[in-house]
Design a protein around this ligand. Sequence first.
Ligand SMILES: *Cc1c(COP(=O)(O)O)cnc(C)c1O
Length: 503
Amino acid sequence: MQILYKSTRGGEEGVPASRAILNGLASDGGLYVPETIPELDISLEELAGKPYSFVAYEVMRRFLTDFTEEELKRCILSAYDEKFDTPEIAPLHKTGENTYFLELYHGATIAFKDMALSILPYLMTTAARKNNVKDEIVILTATSGDTGKAALAGFADVPGTRIVVFYPKYGVSPVQEKQMVTQKGDNTCVIGITGNFDDAQTAVKKMFEDKKLAEQLSEKGFRFSSANSINIGRLVPQIAYYVWSYARLLEQNAIRSEEEINIVVPTGNFGNILAAYYARQMGLPVHTLVCASNENKVLYDFFRTGVYDRRREFILTSSPSMDILISSNLERLIYRICGNDASLCAEKMNSLKADGWYDITEEQKEALRCFYGGYCSQEETKQTIAALYKEEKYLIDTHTAVAADVYRKYREAEKDPRPTVIACTASPYKFTRSVVEALKAVTDIPSDTEEMDDFALADLLQQVTGMPVPKAVEEIRNAPVLHDKVVDACDMPQAVMSFLVGR
Ligand SMILES: *Cc1c(COP(=O)(O)O)cnc(C)c1O
């Protein structure tokens, strides 16, 4: 069955997957969604015991139907290789009774974004070839930290692509900055800007919309594209690991055939949990999707009240990748619960933009019954890391801790003993300072660690817990700085042009 894509705002339909991946965002500002969700019409028993790449292929081929078998398999094998520090790619770790942590942080930048960003470059260059796009693809990204590095690692030295990343020079952590400015690859460019993340983001959006710039670029043989999490080419690879986790549970005889599981996801932009929802729509036996928020609990309030309201204070937390008030990918869920009515969906998105809020009807709320929203404070985040380490000798990062705590609350409230998969979205070594802080309560880590830099803290963490410092951290410790350009936001287009044609 051929799966085509359409915009959540109604402006486009009948778009093949490869086009949707190349375009990123639909021309009317909506997000591409599959016109129908394909069925997972292969028995899950058949997937049990198979390698990750096998499961990924079976899931992705049902969505990306205009890719040939050979093309898609080549993308998958190029992505999920030795860049990951375990051949399992996404291992499951059991703790307590029936709780399984799905570790999605074994890729190049030790966060779950590697799961999608290691394959997106291959999907995109394949899509370009299929559509006779001869131009070199230039990925433009504004980042507040994690996405930039994962995109750089994914696109570095991929033929036919260039990547430019802008980050707020004075707005990322020292490790995040070091990760980016030491990036190798002839096709990479990392530029600090003197403004904040919003300035970078706004300037990048403007460049995407600048028709004259597009013409100039096209004359030189370039075209812009986006590695943002709204790209369907990032969403589809994420569906695969939920199906994979189910197949692993079957293989380990942890569940019976057809048995329902729950999935818990620490959520920011709503991409990761939407992938789990799509897996459920495909037919994966999932009972509840637990949406875990930090103190920026817009989604918790939304699931409880049916009102999405971003008009509130933005809180900086210890789980910064979830500090978000506008969860872009929620639009795809809204579209579904509006009965695939694009004009209704567009209306809500417009009122979010204009007034900062929208609400849904009781009937639409009914369609969200498979979701459970919860949130976790920073104090609870710390306690969760400490408790899990003390009881199970299992170390998790702050984002995963938000999920683990919300799951505890869910289980207590709902008395639901079903086997549960918790998405583990970052290595504890990515947020070392907060993790070390949390462990002080249950280990003999000294209290005076403020003066230590993140590398010293990583060594301390390894010493205390025995969990080895990942390669990704070792690699940047003594790596030379390769990118040191800093510009004002208004000079970003010039900086891009000089990178592309000025050498
Ligand atoms: C991006 C990110 C999240 C949030 O994922 P969404 O798909 O945006 O909901 C959670 N944890 C970590 C570590 C992340 O980097």
